[in-house]
Design a binder for this molecule. Sequence first.
Ligand code: NAD
Length: 457
Amino acid sequence: MSDDYDVLVIGAGTGGYSCALRLAQLGKRVGLIDRDEHVGGTCLLRGCIPTKALLRAAEVMDTVRRSTDWGIEASGEPDWDRIHAFRDRIVEKLVKGVTGLLSARGVEVIRGTALLLPGPAVEVDGRRLAAKDVVLATGSRPRLIPGVELGERVITSDEALRRPAPPSAVIIGAGAIGLEFASLWRSFGSEVTVLEMLPALAPLEDADVSKEIARAFRRRGITGVPGATVRTVKDTGSAVDVTYEAKGATTTVSAQVCLVAVGRGPVTEDLGLEAAGVELERGFVKVDDQLQTTAPHVWAVGDVASTPLQLAHVAFAEGYAVAERIAGLDVPPLDYALIPRVTYSSPEIASVGLTEQQARERGHDVEVEILNLQGIGKANILGEGGICKVVAERGGPILGVHMVGPHVTDLIAEPMLAVAWEAAPAEVATLFHPHPSLAEAFGEAVLALAGKPLHGV
Ligand code: NAD
């Protein structure tokens, strides 16, 4: 095999492998480089997939605990070896699937640490590979808090994923990772405190979503402290003491584990970026709206790129877009405003488009419907509540949809289409939603906005 590629992709996570697969489909000779033993990156190996497998086990635990609600006498205890074996089975199956697909499409997976060279070219553990284009897809890793050292009791999601639920935990950060682990661990009986620096849990979501998740977490016995400034995190040898300030008072919580979930930073060091002319922006690889870096023929996708939202489905879309652009297809810039945001806590959170506040700040004449899931038959059968909030321009299109409740991470796909196609509530209201289904929540909310609520007064 020669060392001349059309494209070399550095990083075999969602962004990198989707880009490589599409490039191969478009007839390119592609090398996909990763230092990890397996392809899949954060999403498959340490993120989305293993955490959702654990959250499924948590859902089963919750169902067992509440089984008499449905007339079933049942009891059960977690068996962590088997829960982790379930997580590993799912991950292994999906890794095998991606590995097989890459091989079937003729993508050459190269194991090693890559260094970008001017040109561009890439050196992998001393071997020089040539390419017409290089795609950086090196991803991200957990951010740390300055002065807070990781250890046996102070951990990030990378470690949290591999352990049984601790008896007690303090979680710093109420973004997606913080909320998902709070939910997961609470389902297995942990005493959980979540400290969030900003004034609300899920602070980037619509204010009504933040309120609803705070209420739901309170009911589940999770302590949420917004507006908290963490002062110290101290491992005492038998526990970890976290001292924070909120509302003018200083409090210390002691727990078995402190999870640091304050965001993820890009992986850019020792990649040869500066020498190759690739500039950074706030630490991320600077890209234009085509995802080209400042070095000719060097592109960046996924968490390492300076685009909004570090999400696997964004990385996938960016990987595809870059593959097609390299192959000479005309691909318009991605519209990040249309990307659904999802959190797999119990209850789940999902949203797309503008929050009510953003819509007002942008000068829209806004109307809003907040549908309570208590009015939806299927939600009652499942024994879960929540909301579906629709934000629309008065007499105009739906601008945003914000949901809390069961399976809303699946349900958000329909509102995504409505927002993307700038559908008016009255237009969606002429369409059909199966009964009884959770999809009726969105259907009923748009009926209400169209002035003809089915159940409302
Ligand atoms: P995040 O940026 O979503 O949330 C971090 C939170 O920590 C923020 O609310 C921030 O205000 C808070 N914070 C920061 N510093 C703090 C401090 N010192 N004290 C208290 N709070 C502090 O990051 P994350 O939850 O760590 O997730 C990382 C990335 O991975 C995000 O982009 C996230 O969207 C993505 N992710 C997505 C999913 C999903 O889509 N379901 C799941 C997990 C992670």
